[in-house]
Design a protein around this ligand. Structure first.
Ligand SMILES: [Ca+2]
Ligand SMILES: [Ca+2]
Ligand SMILES: [Ca+2]
Length: 280
């Protein structure tokens, strides 16, 4: 799907779309953050600092393009599930099934994400191009989600919102089912009973920003295997981040080393708040 996002929508339309000042701020920040991290990633793997192929090759050696592991939050035990209220458990299980079915596509979507940044398809990335691409992708996703704004007030009430979410159970008095309501409540960040533009865009912006940070982190780890045994041990890792324990523990899991071929998967669900301090 991603491949055709900008083609379908048109980059020029995306760059000149009218959005609220709050949304504009999110668009600008996310495109700038993404551009900075992707360019730093490029310069980790190639002196020119602009070539896409060396970056993709380096990432592929670390598992990029393969499906991600299951999200840590999705590994709830039977006991934890039993303690959740019925409604929350249903939503959890539903999201879990959705995620599992998307896993294979998510690996491919990562590849498309990098390809989409190269707007002029010359296999090089520059700052403006990355910014424009990210902005275009966000505007496309936003406008797509807001298509169901029937009364055109720029916000989605629960009925409008539910037109874009499948029904999974009995329709209740207000015309929506538990599944639609669960998604709505999850997206209504300020709990005012409406989904506004900034709530929609912040969700997508977080995903795209996280991806750029992950690419930067993985690229930074790509050259650490000094003795070339296919693994990164703690002394090799300390050349990159001598004082870090938190991320190292996540990366190594139960063993003492990180296989180079699994770096992408092991960085997949790291919180951005843990990755950023290592990349400043
Ligand atoms: Ca280019
Ligand atoms: Ca509306
Ligand atoms: Ca809201």
């Amino acid at each position: 799907m991603k491949i055709s996002l900008l083609c379908l929508f048109g980059l020029s339309a995306a760059l000149h779309a009218e959005v609220s000042p709050e949304t504009e701020k999110v668009l600008t920040e996310t495109s700038e953050i993404s551009s900075r991290h992707i360019r730093l990633a490029l310069s980790e793997v190639d002196e020119s600092g602009e070539k896409l192929v060396p970056l993709v090759s380096a990432l592929r050696r670390m598992g990029f393009g393969n499906p991600p592991p299951v999200h840590p939050e999705m590994k709830k035990s039977e006991a934890e599930l039993a303690q959740m209220p019925e409604k929350d458990r249903k939503i959890y299980e539903d999201h879990h099934a959705e995620r599992l079915s998307r896993m294979a596509q998510m690996g491919q979507a990562d590849v498309e994400y990098l390809k989409d940044l190269d707007l002029d398809k010359n296999l090089k990335l520059d700052e403006a191009e990355i910014r424009d691409s990210i902005r275009g992708q966000l505007v496309f996703l936003l406008e797509d989600k807001m298509k169901v704004d029937g009364d055109g007030d720029g916000k989605l009430n629960i009925k409008e919102y539910s037109l874009g979410v499948p029904v999974r159970g009995e329709i209740e008095e207000d015309g929506v089912d538990w599944h639609q309501r669960g998604h709505f409540e999850g997206d209504d960040l300020n709990k005012d009973g409406m989904i506004d533009e900034s709530e929609v865009v912040s969700h997508f912006a977080a995903d795209l920003g996280l991806k750029a940070v992950q690419v930067h982190l993985a690229a930074s780890l790509s050259n650490l295997d000094g003795n070339e045994d296919g693994k990164i041990d703690q002394s090799e890792y300390s050349e990159f981040a001598a004082d870090d324990e938190t991320v190292w523990k996540h990366l190594k899991g139960d063993s003492d080393t990180v296989p180079v071929s699994e770096i992408w998967q092991r960085t997949y669900w790291l919180p951005v708040s843990e990755m950023l301090p290592l990349l400043e």
